[in-house]
Unconditional design. Sequence first.
Length: 155
Amino acid sequence: SPCALGVGRGEQLEILEPCSKFQVLLVFPGFPITTSWVYRNLKLKLTKRENNISILRKNLSLSDIAGLGSQLYNDLEPVVIQRFPEIQIIKGELQAQGALGVLLSGSGSTVYGIYNDSEKAKLACANLNGDWERIVTETIGSFSEFLPGEILNYP
């Protein structure tokens, strides 16, 4: 079944070739981080890191979750970790539990790790050394898994 890649600000979905599902372990440290605070403290350099969307597209299409994990990047992460070091601790725990990629979600404070095996993801979830809220989710293979058909087919 096809999967989709969010482009632009995430509002444009691009359908990709069939890819396997993968698991995402979400970890919430128990405190919020306001997006406005992050952007007020963000100082992006003029020479930004170039994120190559075609590499992500290829990793997803080939179901190369390890390759996908190695390409994950979030410009907001350094400023958040500097102020909230617990985010780095969570990232380290997810890496120690075998996540193929680990990243701060948006401006935070949730951190996620990706896995290509549901049992490994569940085990990682159970074995995290920390009193954080956590849940294992799975990517969807089609929009019909997420939305009822009557909504998808609405004129």
